[in-house]
Design a protein. Structure first.
Length: 286
């Protein structure tokens, strides 16, 4: 949704924006190309992503600065760069296609590993959680972070499976879930379990909350924030934060409802189908 991001994010074409989820640099490349005076601070916790982005954004080297960091530390990043205010903050909360397609990263149902860390400096990975967490804790995790209604029998099946031998791959975990939740459908039966584990491993909801809490102090008057979320847990946090701060007079809502991807985008990039864009502008009087 690069065009939509540009439409809602850029209020000052000569300002500074922070791309909190730089990835391969797709959004930043579009914005830097479209706005020749724009400056971008790109943040990503994934070392492979920052390397790829550096190559993809090389032609904009004088207007982009890339930092390997988690966006939960956005305030510290700005402080270290001696930046008191920015004109835009963008966060695309989806897992990148590069991460999903690299089976060694352990995000997928056919992966020979069970990792799911977006930042390899993190400690516990998905394999650790699956093999050490108690049955009740696993069930609560799958239900709370994945919305999995079969959470209890799935957790029970995982505990029984790991008693025989440690679960070490995405494929093993997916097969264990499928034995419990064998209904056929468009979505893989293990999707919600994998989502819950990924969120837990990367503390995604806590990171998002930190970002949302720090944003008002970092945005310049008239500065904008755009968030792309991909599941209801994220979107609910963003929606409630934006509406609450708008009610307090800090933000002006630019999107009263979520903005979905266009039909053309979905046809070209099916993974975008669940994207939900929300945007706010910091009130000029502040």
């Amino acid at each position: 949704m690069t065009a939509e991001v540009g439409e809602y994010l850029i209020n000052n074409p000569s300002g500074i924006i922070i791309d909190c989820t730089l990835g391969g640099g797709g959004h930043s490349a579009y914005l830097l190309e479209r706005y020749p005076s724009l400056r971008v601070i790109g943040i990503d916790a994934d070392e492979e992503a920052t390397g790829e982005a550096a190559r993809n954004l090389e032609r904009f080297a004088n207007r982009v600065q890339i930092i390997r960091e988690n966006f939960k530390n956005i305030a510290a990043v700005c402080s270290a760069l001696n930046i008191r205010a920015v004109n835009g903050i963008l966060a695309d909360l989806g897992v990148s296609s590069r991460q999903l397609d690299d089976i060694e990263r352990g995000f997928g149902f056919l992966s020979p590993r069970l990792d799911m860390r977006m930042d390899k400096r993190l400690g516990a990975d998905a394999e650790h959680i699956v093999n050490t967490m108690g049955e009740t804790e696993l069930a609560n995790l799958f239900y709370t972070l994945g919305g999995e209604f079969f959470s209890r029998p799935i957790a029970r099946a995982i505990v029984r499976a790991r008693e025989r031998r440690r679960i070490t791959s995405g494929q093993e975990l997916a097969e264990t879930v499928q034995k419990v939740k064998y209904r056929k459908g468009k979505i893989h039966p293990a999707t919600k379990v994998f989502q819950a584990l990924r969120i837990a491993v990367n503390t995604e909801l806590d990171n998002l909350t930190n970002l949302l809490n720090d944003a008002p102090a970092l945005l310049a008057s008239g500065g904008r924030m755009v968030i792309l979320s991909y599941h209801s847990l994220e979107d609910r946090i963003v929606k409630n934060n934006f509406r609450s701060l708008a009610h307090e007079g800090i933000y002006r809502l630019l999107t009263k409802k979520v903005v979905p991807p266009s039909e053309n985008e979905i046809s070209e990039n099916p993974r975008s189908r669940s994207a939900k864009l929300r945007a706010v502008e910091k009130n000029v009087s502040l």
